[in-house]
Design a protein around this ligand. Structure first.
Ligand code: FPP
Length: 233
């Protein structure tokens, strides 16, 4: 969700106005994705590196997040949206953690559509945390070190039980991964949109999905293997 700062700057507004508009886009895109048939949407809302931004901006973002969670709880329950999180949640402010816990708890039964918020998330932190948890499981005799496989290790990632992303979209014209789902996106398709996040619309999301639908995902195979030719009689 990149480009909030530039959106504000272009209008001579403080950066936080861009983030405020960004929250509106979060609402729009959450429902647009569901309407377009997406089953799980993950939003990179706050990276582990974002703590290094000016103190006022970090405080304002945490405030916006808390307000958003407070406002959305009833809507999520009404619309059967399941909320999940990935990231080092225990390092977020207490108020944010409380609202997250409550929303995750009250929506855990819903299975049609899931919104995942990546908060205080960084792929490298995730890999370190998973390795630590895996090592602890080995030490406790719950895992055998020789049996380590991708499937066994992936159970210790924050995304345990979630499908890998099919499509990763980055807005605002930047073409970087920025420490986002590095392992999980191994076979994802990427889409880079020039649109700044506050302006990103349902039509922009539909265009990204249409572009994705035209691609051939080969997973290391040849085109012929993926699309076997039907033998003519
Ligand atoms: C990137 O734009 C955006 C962020 C670092 C924060 C994203 C947060 C929100 C949209 C609001 C809070 C989230 C939720 C789920 C309520 P940038 O500031 O890096 O923009 P720039 O690159 O133009 O400066």
């Amino acid at each position: 969700m990149d480009g909030n700062g530039r959106w504000a700057k272009q209008r001579g507004l403080p950066r936080i106005e861009g983030h405020r508009r960004g929250v509106e886009t979060v609402r729009t895109v959450t429902y647009a994705a569901r309407d377009l048939g997406v089953k799980m949407l993950t939003l990179y809302a706050f990276s582990a590196e974002n703590w290094n931004r000016p103190k006022d901006e970090v405080g304002a973002l945490m405030g916006l997040l808390e307000l958003y969670l407070k406002k959305e709880l009833d809507t999520f329950v009404r619309d059967r949206v399941r909320l999940m999180t990935i990231g080092r949640i225990d390092e977020l402010p207490q108020g944010v953690q409380r609202h997250l816990e409550e929303t995750v708890d009250k929506t855990r039964e819903f299975s049609e559509y899931t919104l995942v918020l990546a908060l205080n998330y960084g792929s490298r932190d995730e890999i370190v945390d998973a390795t630590r948890a895996y090592a602890a499981a080995v030490a406790a005799g719950r895992e055998a070190p020789d049996d380590v496989s991708w499937e066994a290790f992936a159970k210790y990632l924050y995304t345990s039980g979630m499908p890998d992303p099919d499509l990763v979209i980055r807005t605002s014209g930047e073409s970087r991964m920025s420490n986002f789902l590095l392992l999980q996106a191994a076979y994802a398709e990427f889409y880079f949109s020039p649109v700044l996040w506050p302006d990103f619309s349902k039509a922009d999301l539909a265009a990204a999905i249409a572009d994705y639908a035209r691609r051939e995902r080969r997973y290391g195979l040849t085109s012929e293997q993926v699309k076997p030719v039907v033998a003519a009689k």
